[in-house]
Design a protein. Structure first.
Lengths: 227, 227
DNA sequence: GTCTATAACCGGATAGAC
DNA sequence: GTCTATCCGGTTATAGAC
C-alpha cells in the first residue's frame, strides 16, 4: 500500500487501510467516476480531508491498487509455478492467474488506464513512481524464464523479462476493452499469443537468426538510453 | 473536423471553425489542462455554452484534432511518396512526416492520450467514433505497402497495413514520452525500428516460415473476432 | 502526528431563457 | 445559435481538537 507518507502509528495504519478498502469496494460497485472521494471517505467513516491526508489524490489511491493486485497475483502464482518446467506452461500459468486476479476490477480498469497513458501521471507505468511496481512485475517474468528448462540464447534471455512484461501489458490492455462473457476473447488471445511467443523464441534462437536478433535487441537497448 | 453535428449554415461553420482554431492555439500555448473550455470560448469570442453546442465535450475537440493532423500528414506525405519505390524508404518517409506533423502539439499530446486509453472514451483509437480516422490512417499504410516493389506473401501483405498502423501508434506513444532535444530519441528509434521491421518482413516471407506466419496471422484474426 | 469539520475554488458539463 | 446561471465533483485551505 504505497500511500502519501507511510503512517507510523497503528491507528493511522488502520485508518489508511479502511480508506483503501472503502475505495476498492466502491470502485468495484460503481466504477471509477461514480466512486467519488466524498463517497469513499463516507464509507470509510472519515472526513473528506482525512482521505486526502492519506492519499494525495484519487490517482494515488490507484497506485496502491496496483501494488495490492500485484501482491495478490504473486500469491496466486506461487503455489504452482515451481512444478511447471517448460516456458510455455509457466508463462500460461502466470498470465492466467493475472487475468483472474484483476477480473473483479474490470469495470473500473478502463478509466484507471486513462491516467496510465498520461506521461505526467504517477500512474504511468514508465513513471518514476511506478518504478517499484514495474520492477517487481518484471522480476516475476524473470522468474518465469529462469525456472524454465527451455534453451534460450543469453542475449535474448536477458531481455526476455522486459519483453514479457510489455507483452503482459498488451494483454491487459486488450482485456480492458473486452466485453465478451467471462472475458473469453482475452483468454483465447492470451493462449494463442503465448504459443506464438514461445514459437518465436524458438525461431529467434536459431543460429542464422543472430544478425536480426542482434539488431532487434540493439533497438530495445536504444529505447532505454537516456539521451 | 468531425464535430457533434455538422453545422449547415455558413455562419455556424465559421463559428465552429473559430472555436476549433482557438482550442488548437490554446492547446499549443498552454497544454491540455490549462486550456480550459472557458478560455477556449473566450478566445473564440463565444460563450461557454456555445462551445459545448459545437463540441459535445473537450474530448470531442480532440477528435477534430485527430482528423486535422491526419489531413496535414497526408498533405505532407503526398508530394514525395510516389517517387519512393522500396518499402523501407516509403515507410521511413511516412513516419518521418508523421513526426513532423504532430511535433507542434507535443506538449499536450500526452494528456490527450489519457483519454485514448479509456475504452469508454470516444478518443479511444478502437472506439466506433475513431473508426473513420483509424480507417483512413490504415489506408495510408496500405498505400505504402501497395506502392512498394518489395515482394511480400499475400497473407502477410493483407495484414500489413493494420500492423503498420499499430506500429505507428507505438512510435507515437514513445514520442509522447520523449523529452530529448528535437525528439532525437524518437527519430533514432523510428529509423532503427523501420529497418528491423523491413528485415522481419523479409524473414517472415521465407517459405519455411509459413507455419509460424500462419499462426501469428490467425492470432491477429482472433483479435478482431466479435465474440 | 492524526483527525474533524466546513467552506471555498476551479473547471467540465448542463438547463433553460432569449 | 447563443447566452447566463447553475450543478457537480476533485481538490485545497483553514482552523482547531486529540
Amino acid at each position: 500500500m504505497t500511500a502519501a507518507e507511510a503512517p507510523r502509528r497503528p491507528k493511522a495504519l488502520e485508518t489508511q487501510a479502511r480508506i483503501f478498502a472503502a475505495a476498492l469496494e466502491l470502485f468495484r460497485e460503481r466504477g471509477y467516476e461514480a466512486a467519488t472521494m466524498r463517497a469513499i471517505a463516507e464509507r470509510a467513516g472519515v472526513a473528506l480531508g482525512n482521505a486526502y491526508y492519506y492519499f494525495r489524490s484519487k490517482e494515488h489511491l490507484i497506485q496502491a491498487f496496483y501494488s495490492r493486485t500485484h501482491e495478490e497475483h504473486l500469491a496466486a502464482v506461487r503455489p504452482r509455478l515451481d512444478r511447471l518446467r517448460d516456458l510455455k506452461s509457466r508463462l500460461l500459468w502466470v498470465m492466467q492467474t493475472k487475468l483472474e486476479t484483476i477480473e473483479p476490477y474490470h469495470r473500473f480498469a478502463g478509466i484507471m488506464f486513462r491516467s496510465a497513458a498520461d506521461p505526467t501521471s504517477p500512474l504511468n507505468p514508465f513513471s518514476p513512481e511506478s518504478d517499484p511496481v514495474r520492477r517487481e512485475a518484471t522480476t516475476l517474468f524473470a522468474l518465469v524464464v529462469d525456472g524454465a528448462r527451455t534453451r534460450i540464447p543469453g542475449d535474448l534471455r536477458a531481455e526476455l523479462p522486459n519483453l514479457l512484461w510489455l507483452y503482459h501489458m498488451g494483454i491487459v490492455l486488450f482485456w480492458i476493452h473486452d466485453t465478451s462473457p467471462d472475458r473469453r476473447r482475452t483468454s483465447r488471445l492470451m493462449e494463442r499469443s503465448v504459443e506464438v511467443i514461445v514459437k518465436l523464441i524458438g525461431i529467434a534462437s536459431l543460429p542464422f537468426m543472430l544478425p536480426v536478433r542482434r539488431a532487434a535487441l540493439r533497438l530495445l537497448a536504444a529505447l532505454r538510453e537516456t539521451d
